[in-house]
Design a binder for this molecule. Structure first.
Ligand code: ZN
Length: 345
C-alpha cells in the first residue's frame, strides 16, 4: 500500500512537472523549447561528451518497462552534477578529455526506483555494447553520503564503463585461468558470506559469476571500495584466496595502465577527492529552481523497505533471468540482490 502510494506520488509529480510545457518532449530538439536543466545537459553532457542523460517518464516508456518509477526531478538534477564531477571529470583528469569523449556511453538512463521486471532487468542490466548505462534507486540519492553513492551508483557506473573499455580492447585472457574452476553463472549468489567468496579469490560474490564479471568487479571495487571494505576481503581471503586476488589485481592494473594509460591508484585517489568535493558543491543551478516541484515527495526508509519487499517477491524470477543469459552482465540484478541480502531485516 505504502509503495503504491509512493509510486503514484512520484509519477504524478513527474507528470505535473512535465505537463505545462509540452514542447519539453525529448523528441523536440529546438533549443528554445529546452528548460534550464535541459540547456545545462545539452552543454555539459551532449556537447561535451555526446551523452544523452535520460530522466523523463517518456524515456522509461521507450524502454517498455512497466514497473519502473521515474527519478524525482530534483534528484535527477543533483545526480547529473555529481556524475559529471565524480565520474566523467575523474576519468578526464586521469586519462584526458579525448579518452572520455571516445568511450563515454551514449545514454545514461536514471530511474527512481528499481524493478526486476522480466523485460526490464535483461535490457536495462546490460552495457549493450557500450551504448547505455542505467542507474536505479535515484530517488534515494544523498549527495552527502559517499558510501551510499558508491554503493548505489558509482560502483555500477565504473563496472559498466569497464565493460565498454573491454569491448574495445579486451583484457589479457590469462586472467581467466586464475579461478577457472570456481565460476558459477548459476549459484554465485549462494556464496553470501565474505569468507565464501573471498577465500576463492573473488572481491564480491558476483565476481564469481564469470571471468569477465570477475575482472570488472575487481576494477570497479578498486576505485569505489573504502580501504576498510577492500582490506576486509583480503583479510577474509586467507593465504590462498589472497594470492589469487593479488595476481588478479596485478593483471587488472597492468591492463588499465598499458592499454588505457590509466593508473588505477591515481584514479582511486582522484575519485575519492572528488567524492568529498561534492559535499561543498552547489548541486542545483539557479535556473533549475523554478522547475522543481514544491511538493517534492520525501522518499524515506519506509518506502525503501516497501521497495525491498516488492523486489524480494520477484527474486527467483530475477535469478532465473540471470541463469538464462550467462553471457550477459547482470550487475544491476546482482547489486539489488546484494542490497537485499546484506540488509536481511
Ligand atoms: Zn558486468
Amino acid at each position: 500500500m505504502l509503495l503504491a502510494g509512493f509510486l503514484t506520488a512520484g509519477m504524478l509529480s513527474s507528470c505535473s512537472e512535465d505537463a505545462p510545457d509540452t514542447s519539453n518532449s525529448i523528441f523536440n530538439t529546438t533549443s528554445e523549447a529546452k528548460n534550464g536543466f535541459d540547456k545545462w545537459l545539452q552543454k555539459n553532457y551532449v556537447n561535451a561528451y555526446n551523452i544523452d542523460y535520460k530522466y523523463r517518464m517518456d524515456d522509461i516508456e521507450l524502454d517498455h518497462s512497466k514497473n519502473l518509477t521515474p527519478a524525482e526531478l530534483k534528484k535527477s538534477m543533483q545526480l547529473a552534477k555529481v556524475i559529471k564531477h565524480v565520474w566523467l571529470e575523474a576519468y578526464v583528469e586521469v586519462a584526458g578529455v579525448d579518452f572520455m569523449r571516445k568511450h563515454a556511453p551514449g545514454i545514461l538512463l536514471v530511474l527512481g526506483s528499481a524493478s526486476w521486471n522480466e523485460e526490464g532487468t535483461i535490457t536495462l542490466g546490460t552495457a549493450e555494447g557500450g551504448l547505455k548505462i542505467t542507474l536505479y534507486m535515484v530517488n534515494w540519492l544523498d549527495p552527502n553520503n559517499v558510501a551510499d553513492m558508491n554503493h548505489y551508483f558509482f560502483k555500477t557506473m565504473h563496472h559498466e564503463f569497464t565493460h565498454i573499455l573491454q569491448q574495445d580492447i579486451n583484457y589479457p585472457q590469462e586472467y581467466n585461468l586464475i579461478s577457472a574452476s570456481d565460476y558459477r553463472p548459476s549459484g554465485w549468489n549462494n556464496r553470501r558470506a565474505i569468507t565464501d567468496y573471498a577465500t576463492l579469490g573473488f572481491i564480491t560474490s558476483y565476481a564469481g559469476h564469470s571471468a569477465v564479471e570477475d575482472i570488472t568487479e575487481l576494477t570497479c571495487c578498486y576505485v569505489t571500495f573504502t580501504d576498510e571494505q577492500w582490506n576486509a576481503v583480503f583479510t577474509a581471503a586467507g593465504d590462498e584466496g589472497r594470492a589469487k586476488l593479488n595476481r588478479k589485481v596485478a593483471i587488472m592494473k597492468q591492463y588499465m595502465k598499458t592499454v588505457w594509460k590509466i593508473d588505477m591508484d591515481e584514479l582511486k585517489q582522484v575519485v575519492r577527492r572528488r567524492m568529498n568535493e561534492v559535499k561543498q558543491m552547489n548541486l542545483l543551478e539557479p535556473s533549475w529552481m523554478p522547475l522543481i516541484s514544491k511538493q517534492t515527495p520525501v522518499i524515506g526508509n519506509a518506502a525503501l523497505q516497501q521497495l525491498k519487499n516488492e523486489l524480494r517477491l520477484q527474486w527467483n524470477d530475477a535469478l532465473k533471468n540471470i541463469e538464462a543469459h550467462p553471457h550477459r552482465c547482470h550487475v544491476h540484478d546482482a547489486n539489488l540482490i546484494n542490497i537485499l541480502q546484506l540488509n536481511n531485516e
